[in-house]
Design a protein around this ligand. Sequence first.
Ligand code: ADP
Ligand code: MG
Length: 697
Amino acid sequence: MLQHFFNPSSVAVVGASQNPAKIGHDILNNIVRYGYGGAVYPINPRAQEILGHKAYPDLATVPSKIDLAVVAVPAPAVMDVLEQCGKNGVDSVIVITAGFKETGPEGARLEERLATQAREFGIRILGPNCLGVIDTASALNASFAAGMPLGGHIGFFSQSGAMCVAILDWALGENVGFSRFVSLGNKMDISETEIMLSMGQDENTRVILGYLESIEDGPRFMKAAHHVSKTKPIIIIKSGTTSAGAKAASSHTGALAGSEHAYRAAFKQSGIIHAESMQALFGYAIAFANQSLPEGPSLAIITNSGGPGILAADASDRSSLHLTPIRKETADRLREFLPPTASLYNPIDIIGDASHERYEKTLKVILKDQLIHAVLILLTPTAAVDAESVAREIAGLAKDADKPIVTAFMGEKRVRGARKIFQDHAIPTYDYPEDAVAALNAMLRYRQWLEKPEKQYRRFEANTGKVRKVFASVIKQHRHDLIESEARQILKAYGFRLPENRIARTTREAVATASEIGYPVVMKIASPDVLHKSDMGGVRVGLENEAMVEDAFFEITSNIQLRQPRARILGVMVQEMIQRGREVILGITRDIQFGPMIMFGLGGIYVEVLKDVAFRIAPLSVEEADAMIRDIRSFPLLRGVRGEAPADIEGILDGLLRLSQMAIDFPEIIEADINPLLVCPEGQGAVAVDARITIHE
Ligand code: ADP
Ligand code: MG
């Protein structure tokens, strides 16, 4: 895939220049000086020769085939160059030139013309407005970046050229090897998805890093990431949030949704490791590139001081790692040489007077323990210890270790040399224990992703014909919001359990209906104009007898007449009261980039304040639906606290999966809320007592 961009047998630099102040000079210089082995053709009508290579006035005069053209001419001239490329059979072009979409409407038009032209010729374009490409395996530096990274196994793509420059500088400073650098620029043609797929196939790339500001085609991106992440870790930092698109502010789900939720969900569901900061991106990169994945969650911490050990222990507490107690056999072996004041629990504190020998012996014992899956070694530079000697011991043992080892030597001056030794021996080292734990945790989570079985989907029978009919009649009436009775029909068509419900127009009817349904009942205003019924005094629950029903009828209707005089009142709903149900909210919203999203949270009036909600992109697999229920902070409330019966989690799961299917079946649903779904005690299901649905044509 995209082979000519990374491993071309010939490269033309259009706009190559003798003038070192020009980008066209830097690019040619980078191609020439780092040992690229293919043919190089500078294109410049006013030069005979540049940097020792014969120059040509245009592409047509180049005597042999050109695999890759790198274009650095002014924006107005790019169209013309592209035409030359088309006529001369060049199929891969990097457009370095800026001055397109990023500059405004005029640039955007120019870019559109460029895209059309490229499609006509069947030319693939990287950029425009990009820094170029580096491939260390073919020694190709077709960029205007300063420097060339060492060869290695990290592939990096970036939507920001500046970020490429920064990462490259970090790589050079820390001796981190890279397989590829790709600057995406405006992503006019080649997007992050294709680069990800091509790095997935590149045998030199073992870890894929990305910096993204936007994602072009959400579903395609997810599919590709899901595929690639099953063989290589993909670590992405995402900046910038865009609006979640057209939304009706009336729904809770819409108010809580945002593109941040969307891409976080998308990353989770497609196995992408999300780096929250540049520091995390670097930290994860060196761990993934240099160490094996932990086989399980059990972490051992070796330290020569208490404080940092506790910090690391706290951090691992908040992660998926476990600080399991050291088993007796191992503790006994440690006791043989550790002083009596040492702590043999985890963290293993070999105390302040520890020398490099004590570190070495301890690590040796820990590495042999098969119940330990990962090791974190901490050091504070006490007078007793020579940090560099410790680093050398660790490097010696790490070579044959069958578990990941990471280090955090704290300080600066007295640990600088040790850090350098770690870098030279590909042992991840961090300034602080928390960063080291975060990296190990990311590796563990990735391992768990690899072990996840294939996604299972559930399919329900649904009366889609009925739904279509209801939607058609709503649209015909020039409405977008469904009224209560319509929303009920939709949910019914998808097999949701609904409370028994009838509309009463008089107190007499209300009383008769209540006794048919059976006490206690709930009464609610039936009006297409009342959005939030309880806010208007339009809901009464726990009505036990005739007198209460009569009062409620009077109260509800007069409340609405008073507070919303223009509201059309169809009557009052008399509804079966669901007892002992816990309130949760389920919802549908739509994200511009990723499409339908499903929301779950604890329902009720506090949902928008607490924001304790989870999102996933539809369609939901069974496992994803289950995970999102467990994702919210208040999940323990559903499992039951203080002797409460646990809620019917299976009932929530079922509801989420039905809603997901509905969202996929009917793209016209832009938002929907079931608030609340009343979840009965375990084994008794869940009932949708209130719903709002908004559609568009
Ligand atoms: P709205 O959201 O428009 O105010 P709801 O129909 O959601 O109206 O009712 C408000 C609250 O009343 C619900 O959150 C729930 O606590 C309670 N409630 C509503 N219907 C029932 C019912 N059938 N059984 C038990 N409680 C109910
Ligand atoms: Mg409600």
